[in-house]
Design a binder for this molecule. Structure first.
Ligand SMILES: NC(=O)c1ccc[n+]([C@@H]2O[C@H](COP(=O)([O-])OP(=O)(O)OC[C@H]3O[C@@H](n4cnc5c(N)ncnc54)[C@H](O)[C@@H]3O)[C@@H](O)[C@H]2O)c1
Length: 355
């Protein structure tokens, strides 16, 4: 298969895990050896078919360096699980816009070199798919890069919680340009929201009356610090609404409050607490903790999204890719129950569903 040429917007922790993942899985040939991947081969594409051809950031310790070095440059603090050879992809300076919030101004050192002509650089690099990994709250910047991707004739994958793929005006513009768009806000492979919903559904299915539940996250990556300032309330609303759909009746639900503990680095502790009543009205409580590293939690889903988007490009499908968006994002243009989203995605990959 030919290479899938990808441009990265924001070379933070999530980008680091993706670039490392391509090298980690490079020589794996059998599904049973592909620990941590849902699909080793997807529509004939292997993770090693993903090639990062350009990258943009604003951090002084990242701009101008080779991408292979940048993924380990501070303030990135995720786990190193693969060696990356020199890629000959210099990280270019993008416009800052609303990319760096107040809380991050002491952590991120903004590079002072002039901004690159992003659309031009995307064209020169041969990028086919632009992946937006800007921080939460960088809404203006996310839209600005979506515009540059359009100008350069690239598909757009929006992993950040800015509304682009779920916005009818943006999807129409991508459709008119003959380009696919997917998003918004990536779902983790083993994330707190999915685990919380599956737990509640299991309890409801087994006759338990859940009366109270909360789920709280603590992390130490820049995205956790940034969320504290700019996206805490919005994330809490989106996550609480999503979790409430797992209960067929009203209960007291709080989900997704986040706090920042610097020494956790990119680790994330997710706490789940549930109170309910089972047989005979007897009370029960459930109290568990999920411990993950944040960035690698995006890798498997992201590899499926990138390969799925390339399949859409191969087939000439433009506009909103409903199946990929519902399968892999928290705020898709059309929200589907989990099993339906997975079924649609597999049908799309097999060519049995157009989008
Ligand atoms: N598990 C995951 O990692 C996961 C899951 C779901 C969604 N996401 C989303 O992915 C995005 C990235 O997460 P992350 O943990 O990598 O964040 P991060 O803070 O580690 O990385 C963000 C990067 O963007 C750069 N940046 C800021 N403004 C910029 C601009 N104007 N132009 C170019 N670069 C700019 C920063 O310097 C930084 O390198 C977030 O929106 C997050 O919500 C991540």
């Amino acid at each position: 298969m030919s290479k899938i040429k990808v441009a990265l917007i924001g070379v933070g922790n999530c980008a680091s895990a993706m670039v490392q993942g391509v090298y980690h899985y490079r020589n794996i040939e059998k599904e049973e050896d592909a620990v941590g991947l849902r699909h080793l081969s997807l529509g004939g594409y292997h993770p090693r078919d993903i090639e990062f051809v350009s990258a943009f950031d604003v951090e002084a310790r990242k701009v101008g360096k080779d991408l292979s070095e940048t993924v380990f440059s501070p303030p990135n603090n995720t786990l190193k699980f693969a060696d990356i050879p020199r890629l000959d992809v210099p990280v270019l300076k993008g416009p800052v816009l609303d990319g760096v919030g107040e809380f991050l101004k002491n952590v991120v050192k903004i590079d002072t070199s002039p901004d690159a002509d992003v659309a031009q650089k995307l064209r020169e690099s041969g990028a086919e798919i632009v992946v937006n990994l800007l921080p939460s709250g960088a809404t203006e910047a996310s839209r600005w890069y979506a515009e540059e991707a359009l100008k350069a004739g690239c598909a757009f994958v929006n992993a950040a919680p800015a509304f682009i793929a779920s916005d009818a005006a943006w999807t129409k513009r991508y459709e008119d340009a003959g380009l696919p768009v997917v998003g918004d806000d990536l779902v983790d492979q083993v994330g707190a929201t999915i685990l919380h919903k599956v737990l509640l559904k299991m309890l409801v299915d087994r006759g338990v009356r859940v009366t109270e539940t909360y789920q709280l996250d603590v992390g130490g990556g820049t995205e956790s610090l940034n969320t504290l300032e700019r996206a805490r309330e919005a994330k809490r609303i989106v996550k609480t609404r999503s979790v409430e759909t797992a209960l067929p009746y009203k209960a007291s639900v709080v989900a997704g409050s986040t706090d920042y503990v610097d020494f956790l680095e990119n680790r994330r502790d997710s706490y789940f607490w549930v109170k309910g009543f089972y047989f005979g009205g007897v009370p029960m409580q459930l109290d568990i903790r999920l411990n993950t590293v944040d960035a690698p939690n995006a890798g498997s889903v992201m590899f499926d999204v990138i390969r799925g988007t390339r399949i859409a490009l191969d087939r000439g499908v433009a506009g909103s890719l409903l199946s990929i968006s519902a399968y892999a994002f928290k705020h898709p243009p059309q929200m589907l129950p989990l099993e339906t989203a997975e079924k649609w995605f597999e049908e799309f990959i097999r060519g049995k569903r157009q989008r």
